[in-house]
Write a protein that binds this ligand. Structure first.
Ligand code: FAD
Length: 276
């Protein structure tokens, strides 16, 4: 039976009250032996300290800690200071992202960065000694005019020095495999790690569709519309586990799970897909 490394994404606690539950979830996720746990980063550096605290906690567990870092609308010198702050806390591995500009009119620094590829180049030039990951979009970035633009952006990030990519969530294994084939045919060679989000409620599915611009998966949406919450959780876990199993069987180099700061659902997904 094929087996591959797996990893998780968490976000910094939104309030001090939420921190103990997150740290407990990280304890449980760490015990499963992930390759790394990644920690998201708010636009504008709003929660830098929170991100660093969580990354430090992960590092103490002797698990790889991957710091998301965004750059849109941020000056080069601010980004460099941020990288230094992460490195001073022992972080070596980064997920270089553009991020999104806040809505409305904002005054940007004259040398503000515009693309993730620029951030990759800065991370490389500051030789963090670790890895640099980037984002990829199997079904297209919501702002991109064509899949070709997405592949061009991914290629630019590889050329700037990215080591591997992690995908936006998607709902069908064919979305991932078609995208990987297309990327390979256009010269992308870095590993592309599929990102899977177990969704167990209709409201969360709607929110995620709004944020990502993904097309509604009709069958899953129907399964999440039932009144019984146990049935909804079962449907979401079964969907994600089946997707993970198909991805592994088809040769995906690993599985990255969006954990939503809790351990039970992603653990069950991995168990059913025979990865733990
Ligand atoms: P880029 O790679 O710079 O580009 C985005 C899109 O712009 C491309 O797909 C392409 O369509 C177009 N484009 C860019 N450059 C070119 C070019 N040279 N030629 C043609 N087209 C181009 N956001 C956060 O704020 N915090 C997070 O922690 C966070 N984590 C994420 C984790 C993952 C795994 C993913 C997939 C996304 C995450 N995001 C996060 C969201 C991300 O910041 C947004 O999707 C953002 O809009 C794009 O970021 P990017 O790094 O893909 O940008």
């Amino acid at each position: 039976m094929a087996t591959v490394p797996f990893s998780f994404e968490v976000y910094p606690p939104r309030s001090p009250d939420a921190a103990p539950a997150l740290f407990e979830a990280i304890d449980k996720l760490s015990a499963l032996g992930p390759r790394f746990i990644s920690v998201t980063f708010g636009a504008g550096g709003s929660d830098t300290k929170n991100s660093i605290d969580v990354l430090g906690y992960i590092l103490k567990k002797k698990i790889g800690a991957l710091a998301h870092l965004t750059c849109a609308g941020t000056s080069r010198s601010s980004v460099e200071s941020l990288i230094d702050a992460f490195q001073a806390a022992g972080v070596r591995d980064f997920l270089a992202l553009r991020g999104d500009l806040p809505a409305g009119e904002v005054e940007l620094p004259v040398d503000s960065l515009n693309t993730a590829a620029e951030l990759v180049a800065i991370l490389r030039s500051r030789s963090t000694g670790g890895s640099v990951a980037v984002a990829a979009f199997p079904n297209g970035h919501p702002e991109s005019g064509s899949q070709r633009a997405d592949i061009d952006a991914l290629l630019a990030k590889e050329q700037a020095g990215a080591d591997y990519a992690i995908t936006q969530l998607f709902f069908y294994a064919s979305d991932y495999f078609n995208f990987v084939d297309l990327a390979r045919s256009r010269g992308v060679t870095i590993p592309i790690l599929p990102g899977i989000m177990p969704l167990t409620s209709a409201s969360r599915l709607e929110r995620v569709l709004e944020l990502t611009g993904e097309t509604r998966p009709a069958e899953l949406a129907e399964q999440l519309a039932v009144p019984d919450s146990k049935q909804r959780v079962e449907a979401g876990i079964a969907w994600a586990a089946d997707l993970v199993a198909q991805l592994v069987a088809g040769g995906a180099p690993g599985i990255h799970l969006y954990a939503f700061n809790e351990h039970e659902r992603v653990t069950e997904v991995l168990r059913r897909a025979n990865l733990i």
